[in-house]
Design a protein around this ligand. Sequence first.
Ligand code: ZN
Length: 494
Amino acid sequence: MGDAKLRDRRYSPFMARDERGVTPQGEDFSAWYNELVAKAQLVDRGPAKGTMVIRPYGYRLWELLQGELDRRIKDTGHENAYFPLLIPESYLRREAEHVEGFSPELAVVTHAGGKELEEPLVVRPTSETIIGEMMAKWVSSHRDLPLLLNQWANVVRWELRPRMFLRTTEFLWQEGHTAHADEADAMRETMLALDLYTEVARDIAAIPVVPGEKTAGERFAGAVRTFTIEGMMRDGKALQAGTSHYMGTNFAKAFEIQYTSEAGRLELCHTTSWGMSTRMIGGVIMTHGDDKGLVLPPRLAPYQVVIVPIGRGEQGEQTLSAARDLAVRLKAVGVRAHVDDRPQLSPGFRFNDWELRGVPVRLELGPRDLESGTVVMVRRLGDEGKQTISLASAAENMPDVLEAFQAFLLKRATDFRHAHTTTVDTWDSFTDAVTSGWASALHCGNPACENDIKAKIAATPRCVPLDAAQETGSCVHCGAPSAYGKRVIFGRSY
Ligand SMILES: [Zn+2]
């Protein structure tokens, strides 16, 4: 392969203008997403089916999210630990529902060290079993409780229809696992984790999620109760962005996680588990992105501000030097700033590039701006348009500009969700509502009725919202008396 071809391949995303854009959302949302994650340099495909290479820009996004979540997990008394990737297959069999739920997705190691293993090892799909085994060893008295653990890890669930970030064979997450003396304490923990997720989604990712409980048919394999946060994507579909499970004593029975109570009796622990994963990044992309590309909330943006110096030759050197100086001042006030030092590319091309990559604020600095002591500020979205601001005060004002942009994104997403959620009482209006968004409907709670709905219109109950008003009546599909005492959100989902 000649040099020219190599260079061509390497630079093609920058050189071929027409190939830079993405398919409009309205034309094909799924194509928009698939093209964007690649062109914004978040991910690349791994060689094994369904695997994902997370590139530095995408990984930085994950690190920022992880940092926010990790701090909250620690602040609420949990400790990080690490458990093995390989789990004896027999462990999974100990909890019948758990193994049934995960079997189709398991990757199993049968050979190692050049021979067949006596007992196959499962590559962890989740760690309830191995952590349960360890908890049983570590808990003996009521004084050992609660035991509050968290693990940051990768997990493997064999994926037949992979989508980057949303469904990949291997993904990154945190999994909280806790053991408690009784149901009340374990339920407090389950709801605490759900609150952490709601807060991180809303305040950091600017995704106005709805916290609620899953119906029996949508519960985690082996859980007594499953809670979720559901976000609405810009195609109207739902994304489950984090879940928290109360396991009752199911895993405690299977793994003999027991303690001696104050009264001297041997009791089973009540356990919980909860997880949030790299799927959240898919949620950020689909909640805020538009036809120009990504739109990143400032609190998660690898670069919150990009400065584009303009000009060639000596003028170019002057604006570049002023841009670097401004970046230093921005960093000093805590802003993640980046200077686009690519004079070989046209300003217009670079503007489009940073729009595609979702940078919240772009500062354009040309020779004339430098002369007049100004800089042109462009927000990634909103009505403000281009604004000429003072170069001297650009840095000190930037944290406020970023906060306002963060708030703007949350409000925009909240308005969108409200506009695409319909309260419905008839089957016709139900089917209309789930074609473009969510339906808030009364439902009988019967799993067979849920399945009928799913078969007819591909919509599933996303959650029974925690804060919904009390209401009863008849099921929107079968007419039987409603369950739950409130409305259920239905939608198509990822
Ligand atoms: Zn029904």
